[in-house]
Design a protein around this ligand. Sequence first.
Ligand code: SAH
Length: 347
Amino acid sequence: MDEKGRINLLDLTKNELTELVLSLGEPKYRADQVWGWLLKGCEICEMSNLPAAFREKLSAAARASIPEVADRAESKLDGTVKYLFRLFDGELIESVFMRYEHGNSICISTQAGCRMGCRFCASTIGGKHRDLSPGEMLGQIISVQRDKGERISNIVMMGIGEPLDNYDNSVKFLRLVGSPDGLNVGYRHISLSTCGVVPGIYALAKEDMPITLSISLHASDDAERSELMPVNKRWNIDALMTACRDYFKTTGRRISFEYTLINGKNDTPEKAAALAVLLKKYMGGMPCHVNLIPVNPVAERGFDRSAADRVNAFRDKLTSQGVNATVRRHLGGDIDASCGQLRNRSS
Ligand code: SAH
C-alpha cells in the first residue's frame, strides 16, 4: 500500500482484480480491459477505453505502478542493459536485460538490498531495506518490455535480494508471471537462485512449478562456505544438499549449482575434486549442472577473479569426474551488470 492506502493493481491475480472491479460496481469485462493495460505498463490515467468516472473510482482505491526507470546503462559490448528503478516509496533496485540466441532474458531483483551477507556480493553491502511485492517483481519485466519494445521470454531471479527470504511474494510473482492470461512465461524458462534458505527449498518443491532451482554453493566444505556465506552457519552443506536431493526427488527438475571462482581461494584442482565428491555423494545418479562464475570484482570486497587457465582446469577436473560443468558467459562487463555487482544505489 502507498501512503494513501492504495493497493498496487499489479499485485493482484486476474481473479482478485475481477473481484475489485465488481466491488466497485462495474461489469466484469472492465477487469479484462484493465488487465490488458496493466500488462502493457500503463497507469490508470492512460487506460483510455475506461469511462472517466470508473478511472476516478479505481484511482481512489488503487494505483497501477510499474517501477520508474531512474537510469539505464547499455553495454557497448553485447547490448546488455542495466536498469536502475525507483519504486513508489523511493527505494532503488536494479534489473538487467540480456539478449541471447534463444531469446531475451531479464534478471530481476526480489528485495531492496539483502541481509544474507555473502562476502563477495555487492547487493548485501547496505543490508536489507525491504521486501519487494509480487507486482514490483512483475513490474520490472513490464517496465523493461515497455522500454525496449520487445518481449522477454526468460526470467532469472538472481538480481538484488534473496527470493526465498521473501518466499510468499516470490511464489505469488511466479504464479502471476506464469499465468496464461498474464505474461505467460513458461516455468521452464524461469530460474530462481538461492544462497541456501533450506526451509524455502522444501516449500518450493511442493509448489508444483517446474522452474529451475539454482543453488549458490561456492564452496564444498563448511569452514570455507561459512566464511564466504554467513547463511551456511544457519543451514550447513549437509542440510542444503539434503534439501536439494529432496527437491529433485519431488520435482524431477535438474538442479543448477553456482560456484564463484575466487583466485587462490576456492579455485584449486583439489577443491574441484572435493566438489565432485560432494555432488556425487548427495546427487549421485541425479542430473545436475555446475555453473562456474569467475568472481566479478566488487571494489569493497577485494577478491580477484581466477585466470582463464585456472577456470578451465577447474571445469575440466569436474568434467573428468563425471560432473557436468560450464563457465558462465560474461555479459555487461563494461556496465557493472554482472552477478553480484548490482547494488541499490546509482553506481
Ligand atoms: N540471493 C540469491 C540470488 C542473487 S545472487 C543467491 O544468492 O543465489 C545471484 C548469483 O550471483 C549467486 O550465485 C551469487 O552467489 C552470485 N554472485 C554474487 N556476487 C558475485 C560476484 N561478485 N561474482 C560472481 N558471482 C557473484
